[in-house]
Design a protein around this ligand. Structure first.
Ligand code: FAD
Ligand code: DLZ
Ligand code: SF4
Length: 523
């Protein structure tokens, strides 16, 4: 039963909704509102998240609760080990309704399908009115995305991005794009020079609250992947702003040209490292883009860097979110290439002779982060070429990155790297041989394998794997105008050479040891 008219409104705030500008807080009065924040077992374990990811989310939640209290809000904060913690969002909202008899539960829609499904049951479950509000931290509404996507056979980010440029007015010169081009991607691909290194990003020493969360995670989630020693994530809006200041002062200039570069041991290069803060709600994506645009207008950053940064946020980030909701729930099970191989054990240990993979996995373990091109063209490319099962690859990415939530992880994994959606998102699979990694990184100089050797002993495994992939998916890919011509190169090789590629790839695939079971979600 709803409480009387003088009873409060209950506002549950989820772990990735940490902003005072949340739709459910707007227009509320402090003496009439109880905010509910909950650390719950279900969220911490629905996959076995990287230890840093759990510590980051709990610490950011605890800091945000304190900030709200300091501003005069009433916050019912349920810690993981609080007595009676029901272990789930639904269970905790039920307990809070018992305790506060609210007249209304007002919540912002969850980012993930699984949680939103539960939320939609709340109105029936609880004897109390429930309103679910749109998450207006995103620029594009789902209705807008669906309308844009309607009747399009292929959904391409580029066209969506132009709509978002028009909608926000970012980098627009009247109705034309600033500088005459919509996209400066071709100026985002500079290979790393010898000794390329970037200024170190600010690391935030754990304070007492963060340290408590780190200790809790070590105690309760000690068997999860990843290290905690290197924890340095921003956990408050102030810290996140400091991280953004450092990016705009020191790294945005080179962000554009070296966006696709990789250097061993240089884990962040010129990337912003802001995704964890944006996804948690500590930073507003549109404000960041406006700041980038100002840097360009003030002559402090070049257009290719600023356009590149804005494209990642109002282009890719908004696009994958719209795509996720447009394609769910079937995107989770999509497997157009019928990829069935289990995830190799080395994705967890980093123990492989392939120097590029070993470095990306080390960074993933130590930082709960790898930058985009490492996720796409090293870890993702390997998963695509070797035919790893999409469900296992999805769960791995969801576990290991501190910025991973299903709405952003799943389209990137299933559709962008694995082509499991059959090409709705990407016009062609992002498949590459060792040549690409050799061009865009310095990994190969420290590797047991040679990118110049194509088959046999000592050959970079990406080389034969590339042709093995192309050969086994010929029927589907040959028809693709962006990829079909590759088959004329294949056909020009003599039969013996082709067989060498295929045998070499098979021999390598035979060496892959699958990870032991139990870490991935079962369907
Ligand atoms: P920058 O390179 O500085 O980019 C700026 C911002 O643009 C990022 O902070 C992010 O908000 C946004 N962005 C860039 N690329 C993408 C993209 N492809 N999709 C959505 N947003 C993007 N990003 C996540 O936030 N969570 C994920 O779970 C995630 N999983 C990914 C999985 C794969 C297989 C791939 C290829 C990419 C994934 N990304 C994910 C996108 C991207 O790799 C990260 O956003 C980026 O590495 C974060 O580091 P950064 O903040 O330094 O990004
Ligand atoms: C990822 C995560 C984790 C590990 N723990 C919590 C938690 O205890 N409480 C919470 O409110 N949120 C957590 N989150 C983030 C949620 O998983 C995220 O808000 C939903 O998936 C969004 O749909
Ligand atoms: Fe990676 Fe191949 Fe280069 Fe080794 S040679 S680092 S496996 S691309």
């Amino acid at each position: 039963m709803s409480g009387p008219s003088d009873s409060p409104v209950l506002v549950p705030i989820l772990g990735d909704q940490l902003t005072r500008n949340l739709a459910s807080l707007r227009g509320r009065t402090k003496d009439d509102t109880v905010i509910l924040m909950m650390e719950v077992w279900d969220e911490a374990t629905y996959v076995k998240h990287h230890k840093q990811k759990i510590a980051l989310i709990f610490s950011a939640m605890r800091h945000f609760a304190e900030e709200l209290r300091g501003a005069g809000w009433t916050v019912n904060y349920v810690r993981l080990d609080a007595e009676g913690n029901a272990g789930s969002f639904t269970g905790e909202v039920a307990r809070a309704i018992e305790e506060h008899s609210p007249r209304l539960v007002s919540v912002v829609e969850a980012g993930e399908w699984r949680v939103r499904e539960d939320m939609h049951q709340w109105a029936d479950k609880f004897a109390c009115e429930v309103e679910i509000l749109r998450d207006d931290r995103f620029i594009c509404t789902q209705a807008e995305f669906d309308e844009w996507a309607e009747d399009r056979k292929e959904l391409r980010m580029e066209y969506f991005y132009r709509e978002m440029r028009r909608k926000t007015g970012l980098l627009m010169d009247g109705d034309k794009p600033e500088g005459g081009e919509w996209n400066y991607d071709s100026k985002n691909r500079k290979p790393p020079k010898d000794g390329l290194s970037a200024p170190e990003r600010p690391k935030f020493e754990p304070d007492v609250t963060t340290q408590e969360c780190i200790d809790l995670v070590e105690e309760r989630f000690g068997d999860h992947f990843g290290s905690l020693e290197t924890f340095g994530w921003p956990v408050t809006r102030e810290e996140a702003e400091e991280a953004a200041d450092a990016f705009f002062a020191e790294r945005i200039e080179c962000f554009g040209p070296f966006q696709d570069a990789m250097v061993a041991g240089e884990d962040d290069l010129f990337h912003s490292m802001l995704s964890t803060s944006i996804n948690l709600g500590l930073l507003d994506p549109l404000e960041l883009c406006q700041r980038a645009e100002k840097a360009y207008k003030d002559g402090k950053a070049p257009l290719n860097s600023v356009e590149g940064f804005i494209r990642q946020i109002i282009g890719w980030r908004e696009y994958v979110r719209g795509f996720y909701w447009h394609q769910m729930p079937h995107l989770q099970k999509a497997n157009a290439l019928n990829a069935q191989r289990g995830l190799p054990e080395f994705y967890w240990t980093g123990e492989t002779d392939m120097a590029c993979l070993a470095d990306c996995i080390r960074s993933t373990r130590d930082n709960a982060h790898a930058h985009h091109i490492q996720r796409l063209m090293v870890l993702g490319n390997f998963a695509l070429l070797t035919g790893l099962n999409p469900r296992e690859v999805q769960d791995w990415y969801l576990v290991v990155y501190a910025d991973a939530y299903e709405w952003v992880e799943l389209p990137n994994v299933a559709a962008m790297i694995l082509y499991a959606d059959g090409g709705k998102l990407a016009s062609k699979p992002y498949a590459a041989s060792g040549n690409y990694i050799n061009k865009m990184s310095n990994y190969c100089s420290g590797c047991k394998y040679s990118p110049n050797k194509k088959t046999g002993e000592g050959a970079c495994p990406f080389n034969p794997l590339y042709w093995h992939f192309m050969d086994r998916h010929r029927e589907r890919l040959e028809k693709n105008p962006r990829i079909g011509r590759i088959y004329s190169t294949w056909d020009r090789m003599d039969e013996e050479r082709r067989q060498e590629y295929l045998d070499s790839a098979e021999a390598f695939l035979d060496t892959l040891e699958p990870a032991s079971s139990g870490w991935a979600r079962s369907d």
